[in-house]
Design a protein around this ligand. Sequence first.
Ligand SMILES: O=C(O)CCC(=O)C(=O)O
Length: 341
Amino acid sequence: MGSFLVEFFELKVMTSITKEKQIEETKESEKSDQTKKILLSPDKDSVQVGRLRLQWNKQLELMPNDNNSLKDMPLLREIANKSTQAEANKKTKMHFERGCYVYYMHAKIELSKTGYIYLQNYIPKDLIVKARNSIAKALHNTFGIIQTSAEHKIDDLYIKQDCNGVLLTGFKPITHAPEVLSVVHCKELVSLFRGLLDCHDIVTYDSKWLRIKGTNEYTEEHCDYYRFINGWNQLYTCWIPLMDIPFNRGGLAVCDQSHLLADFDEATDTVNEELPPSFTEYCKKSTTVWKTSNYAEGDVLIFDIRLIHASLVNTCDRFRVSIDTRWQPLKYASFEQNIRF
Ligand SMILES: O=C(O)CCC(=O)C(=O)O
């Protein structure tokens, strides 16, 4: 009980110290969010996401930047108020010990509420540039699909005439090149997943989904649950843009809270499309919102294995390159091929 009071007191002190700063930051970030919304909207009123046509700012919105909101103290105070003393004590102690309790607690709440968290500028950009360079070289030398000229470097990823994109999952010389592994296994991600999964012994699956999308290509709406149905306990997808992906280069969009649909295991035709049956109705609701972003090098999107997602269409003349991986506590891992940390 004593230790709970000390921790709770520290919590309150920290909350009030940061409160003023936070109000200032909120004002600033509201201002810049408004500017962003104006600057970063797609140039059309409706946007194609997977096979759906969505109204911008009604059915499709910008994701919040969790770099700011993860530091949101009031949320932590809310947990402490709502939890029993024993629960709050355990949670706060664990996170005090790690020195980053606010960060993970908020992130976990977000993840369970909305189904995703979006971190901007999280992975060091030099790692992303090196990974993209090595992938671009392979696309040029092995696949011959990059247009080069005096103005167009290989790394600019201009698409050679009539060439399509390619899914490079399983092409280990490319997906497991040291430069690529240094992104997907970087220490920032290892520590993030240790925090999010509340667990030191975590794994990431050896398969890496490296996606190269050409002009007019996109990913249809689906969720990853059906692929991992035999071992999905606390399994998360980590999607990483390996370049700046503005709207016209077809970044990922997620359907907010769709991981909470109740009928993932009901058998109907939609299951073959990797969607729960109720998704069709959920999509029609006026409250259903998809979220996307103008992604930049270094951003990371983490989502629940059940969250429904799709991509916007790549309408430009350069390939869109991203990689996605799966993370889980070791104790739940049911696939043999995994990398342990
Ligand atoms: O990058 C994409 O277009 C699709 C990504 C995806 O399906 C996933 O991360 O599970």
